[in-house]
Each structure stands twice: as structure tokens, then as C-alpha cells.
Design a protein around this ligand. Structure first.
Ligand code: AMP
Length: 216
């Protein structure tokens, strides 16, 4: 059983790669961002959590660790899983390490390396179908019909933290709180794979990741 950790800055393509990799590996995609957005929509979270997310700040380690542990206990994660957006701080990385060690699970970290200018273009142009979750980009992967999902015709929406101010804050937060996690993984036994995440189409990136994982 493997814990795949998709690591990279906002806009590095973690969500897209996680979706593609579930097909290749047959294990679930677990996104803390998606789980938190869902909980906010359901009213299960305090306004404080929604405010932190909207402004590009992190929510508490305690909350996220709890949500992840609950999710990992579900039967579909028994053979492995792909984590997208977790861990994002050192305490979260240590929490995951303890969880993995207790269960003899091996962590494999995929670090998506993407140039800053590409990150900005991806984040500012990102749109999503609110119904089926398909991701688009107004410049890099536009829908066939203006602002409508190719699959179900729904009007596409932008995330409320994909505005200039929140993007800036998310990138700062990544440098400040999340990039030390990379150093943590480099100096501990977790397997680590640096991948050029700027290649297009994203299927090329996922094929490379999938092949490397299968050869390990
Ligand atoms: P994402 O969809 O991964 O970009 O996450 C959206 C937002 O959810 C982030 O900007 C944070 O506010 C919050 N979030 C997601 N994952 C975490 C995490 N592991 N730790 C703290 N906050 C998180």
C-alpha cells in the first residue's frame, strides 16, 4: 500500500494530475481543498474557515488532520490513495508520517515543478464545472462553447480564491508554510520524485508519473 503525496505550489496541476492518476493507479483522489469547500457549502464549518480559504490562508492543522484521518479510514482507501493539497505544513507532514508508520504504509512524494509565470496563467484562467468538476483554463484549455462545460453544458465558475489578491496570498503562504515540507521530505526516507509539471498536455505528465511509480 502506498500513500502518494502530490506536492507543488498552487497552480502546479495537483488536482489535474490526481484525477488522471486515479485512472492509472486505481486508488482514490483525496483533496483537502475539495473536502473543505464541500464542508463550507454544507455549513459544517465555521465562518472563520471560509474566510481563511477565501483569502488564501491555511485553515488549522487540527481541522485538516482530523478530516484526512476520517477520510483515510474509509474502505476505498485501504489499498492506497493520492493526497492532493495535504500535507501543507510541517505538523501535517509529521502527522501523516506517524499515521503511515503505524500502518506500515510507504509515502511517495511527487513534486510538480512549474515555472512561476505558468502558475499565474493557470490560476487566473482556471474555471470549473460546478456539476461534474471538470477543470478548464480560458487560455490553455478553453471549453468548446464560451464558458460552458463540454460534458454537461453547465456554466463554468471560477473559484472564489482565484482572484489576484488571494492568488498572491496563496503563493506567499506556500513559500512560508508549505515549502519547508519539501525539505522535510528530502531529508527523511520518503521516496521523492521531481517532475516537470509544465509539460502540455497534462496527460504527458501523468504518463511519466505513472510509469515511474510502476517501476518502483
Ligand atoms: P486547494 O484546493 O488545495 O488549493 O485548497 C484551497 C484552500 O483550502 C487553501 O488555500 C486553504 O485555505 C485550504 N486548505 C486546503 N488544504 C489545506 C491543508 N492541508 N492545510 C490547511 N489548509 C488547507
Amino acid at each position: 500500500m502506498k500513500a502518494i503525496v502530490l506536492f507543488g505550489s498552487p497552480g502546479s496541476g495537483k488536482g489535474t494530475q490526481a484525477k488522471l492518476l486515479t485512472g492509472c493507479l486505481g486508488v482514490p483522489h483525496i483533496s483537502t481543498g475539495d473536502m473543505l469547500r464541500e464542508r463550507v457549502l454544507q455549513g459544517a464549518e465555521l465562518a472563520q474557515t471560509a474566510t481563511a480559504m477565501q483569502s488564501g490562508l491555511l485553515v488549522s492543522d487540527e481541522l485538516v488532520n482530523g478530516i484526512v484521518e476520517e477520510r483515510l479510514a474509509r474502505p476505498d482507501a485501504a489499498e492506497g490513495f493520492i493526497l492532493d493539497g495535504y500535507p501543507r505544513t510541517l505538523p501535517q507532514a509529521r502527522h501523516l508520517r506517524a499515521w503511515s508508520e503505524d500502518r506500515g504504509v510507504r509515502e511517495v512524494v511527487i513534486h510538480l515543478v512549474v515555472d512561476y509565470n505558468i502558475v499565474i496563467a493557470r490560476l487566473t484562467g482556471r474555471r470549473q464545472c460546478p456539476r461534474c468538476g471538470t477543470l478548464y483554463n480560458l487560455v490553455l484549455k478553453p471549453p468548446q462553447r464560451d464558458n460552458l462545460c463540454d460534458l454537461d453544458g453547465q456554466t463554468l465558475t471560477a473559484r472564489n480564491d482565484d482572484n489576484e489578491q488571494a492568488i498572491e496570498e496563496r503563493l506567499d503562504t506556500y513559500e512560508r508554510e508549505t515549502s519547508p515540507v519539501l525539505e522535510y521530505y528530502r531529508t527523511t526516507p520518503a521516496a521523492m520524485l521531481d517532475v516537470d509539471g509544465s509539460q502540455e498536455p497534462p496527460e504527458r505528465v501523468s504518463e511519466q508519473i505513472c510509469l515511474s511509480l510502476k517501476n518502483r
